[in-house]
Design a protein around this ligand. Sequence first.
Ligand code: ADP
Ligand code: F6P
Length: 477
Amino acid sequence: MPTPRPTYDLVIAANRLPVDKVIADDGEVEWRRSPGGLVTAMESVMRSQPGAWVGWAGDAGEAPEPFDEDGIHLHPVPLSTEEVRDYYEGFSNDTLWPIYHDVIVPATFHREWWSSYQTVNQRFAEAVAEVAAEGATVWVQDYQLQLVPTLLRKLRPDVRIGWFNHIPFPPVELFAQLPWRAQLLDGLLGADFLGFQRQADARNFVRACRQLLGAQTKRDRVTVEGSRRQVRAAAIPISVDFNGLEALAKRPDVMARAREIRASLGDPEVLMLGVDRLDYTKGIRHRLKAYEELLSERRIGPPEVTLVQVATPSRERVDAYRILRGEIEQTVGRINGELGKIGAPAVHYLHHSYPREEMAALFQAADVMLVTPLRDGMNLVAKEYVTCRHDLGGALVLSEFTGAWHELHQAFACNPHDIEGLKQTILRAINTPAKDKQRIMKALRRRVSDHDVQRWAARYLAALAAAPDLPQAEPRN
Ligand code: ADP
Ligand code: F6P
């Protein structure tokens, strides 16, 4: 008889595992850290408690056997080449992603993509059902797995199910465009508790249930039709591992590397930095436009001022991402061609992933951090930047359209659509006296340190444990 697989009291399900399988040129299998904020946050949560992580290993074909890594049990879910195209690149990132991010680019609707999304969600639900212990807590992550809560409840009515959305949840006027809107809402309502980044996201969800399903809602609760269950939807904004990242940023080798980065850029008076996945939601084009105009108007310029833009490769086979990459690289070429100098380019453009130490050094080296998304669920880069500034140096320019802005009000706020306003904000971030910037940085750091990722996870899991499984008696007034 085969030995039964171990089961776990805490299981998370996310589209990606924390590591991606990569086949090196010599055919050797390598595991690399997966991109994105979800992995950054959930990895630090899962490293500190026993549990299993169900997710895709990042390449098409058979899934590797389950394995343990740094105290987490990793349980890979396979995706075929067609499923990578239809479920991941298609429905997740070319249908849902644009709708959930204000339709910055148009969304594409294909019935085959929806069918693949259903199939893959069912596979995830089955994989979770296999590794979850009796009465386990299952924490489903993000927009790629919105059908999993209801599918899992059918397979395993004994487990407690939470879902957290790392990205925005759109207003009903946009969500209503989805031909499969009712199925998506029904899928989510299988959970006991639904977590969102902002209150507005939770409210959008409750309103969608009321308007599109005709569900009964009261404040943050939705009653599931045909059952006596109530599901709560509330905001619990995600964060970073403040203590871990600060300790990394304080390491002498990381601080030395920060100085070395500045020296290799010619010790500019002002080093500006952008760090984003190469995604149209991140406002990289708007940022470059504002920067280019400031240079053309000779209000700033190299070598005194320079910009490092790290644009992490992302979803490279989705058209909108390929087009964006072309536009960004053309713009960088034009800015450097027209406004750079020999030995002093105006933009240092890097299309790579880096180890955490290098990211921490870059954050420390930067005088002005430009976080200018057109829409972003949270933006952990903003929180990482302030965490790394234990010297109280630096200034954070932060878009009002990020979840982070709702917590980091003291930052230099900007509307990235307003190019003139963005230019003024960048100049203000450069020219505000150091003493005032230190005061601002202190306040920003306090907020992130008091609301770190460990506190986020504890709050989320407490809300999930407290979720009602049957309707509460109405309080008498
Ligand atoms: P998203 O989840 O949309 O990518 P976030 O800002 O929330 O955006 O999270 C991005 C995460 O990826 C952060 O932890 C950031 O440090 C990391 N990151 C971004 N670019 C790189 C890169 N080039 N190399 C390594 N890590 C990166
Ligand atoms: O939450 C945003 C998100 O889609 C996460 O799922 C992931 O952390 C990140 O963006 C990276 O995206 P992908 O997994 O598609 O490379």
